[in-house]
Design a protein around this ligand. Structure first.
Ligand code: AMP
Length: 281
């Protein structure tokens, strides 16, 4: 008999269901509108843990005032049936009211790392992320939690926070899942019209161009940044927000690549903001 997937909405329901889960618990936090990227995290958790918990919550505090919170795509029924097919044990869909009741005043700030890249482009974003992930961790109490390399800086911020706050949780970072033409899967890809969808391959093409140059021996970070910017500029529908070649641990911009480096970018395709990255070294 297949196990039944339990659905929890309130914190009380979540805690009651969590207490009944025996063995190691793997946790996959998401904002829903699930795709193969999310499901790869669920499968990894399924393979490594006795029980798997997923959450679906479009966290308002990680969106800026002019960002896409109101139109962020949602399809709960589809998400639940996908999670059920992956044999998830427990799904938590908290409400905004319960996560952020009137008078809510407590925030988690990770310093340093969060000032760069996505943190610089999206002020307050990582404060929202760190705060919600802390609240989810506290409620779910997993042994392992699964995040995607697609959001490389987020994974580093969560690692730092988990260590600093002494959460007894192992953070597992899983590879970016891509469409056949290289576009990193993202819930936001649904915003793209057919021309934009075609243009969106420019992010991966730029990363690949830089990776090829690196493999041919280029270690000057500015040369790689320029190369990526030129590929992006060649796509009329693309507007670059930033390109970066940064130290993988500190996210400081590099002059010369000597160890592990994160090549990353944020690019607008029409009105849709996409991010992508690869690691070299
Ligand atoms: P989101 O629903 O966008 O907040 O993403 C939830 C989790 O899925 C995060 O840990 C993301 O990094 C991860 N994720 C999103 N897209 C991908 C992808 N294409 N490949 C791997 N992981 C992903």
């Amino acid at each position: 008999m297949p196990r039944q997937m339990i659905l929890a909405t309130t914190l009380d329901e979540l805690r009651t269901a969590r207490r009944l889960l025996e063995g190691t618990v793997g946790f996959v936090p998401t904002m829903g509108y699930l795709h193969e990227g999310h499901l790869s995290l669920v499968r990894r958790a399924r393979a490594e843990c006795d029980r798997v918990v997923a959450s679906i919550f479009v966290n308002p505090t990680q969106f800026g005032p002019h960002e896409d919170l109101a139109r962020y795509p949602r399809d709960l029924q589809r998400d639940l049936s996908l999670l059920e097919s992956e044999e998830v044990d427990l799904v938590w869909t908290p409400t905004e009211e319960e996560m952020y009741p009137p008078g809510y005043a407590t925030w988690i700030e990770v310093e340093g790392l969060t000032r760069r890249l996505e943190g610089a482009a999206r002020p307050g974003h990582f404060r929202g992320v760190a705060t919600i992930v802390t609240k989810l961790f506290n409620a779910v109490q997993p042994h392992k939690a699964y995040f995607g390399q697609k959001d490389a800086q987020q994974a580093l911020v969560i690692r730092c926070m988990t260590r600093d706050l002494n959460f007894p949780i192992e953070i597992v970072v899983c590879p970016t899942v891509r469409e056949p033409d290289g576009l990193a899967m993202s819930s936001r890809n649904v915003y793209l019209n057919p021309q934009e969808r075609q243009a969106a391959t420019v992010l991966f093409r730029a990363l690949q161009a830089a990776q090829a140059a690196y493999q041919q021996g280029e270690r000057n970070a500015e040369v790689l940044r320029t190369l990526m910017a030129e590929v992006i500029a060649s796509e009329p529908l693309a507007q670059m927000q930033y390109v970066s070649v940064a130290d993988y641990d500190t996210l400081e911009e590099l002059q010369t690549i000597s160890g592990k480096a994160l090549l990353s970018m944020a690019v607008f395709i029409g009105n849709t903001r996409l991010i992508d990255n690869i690691v070299v070294g």
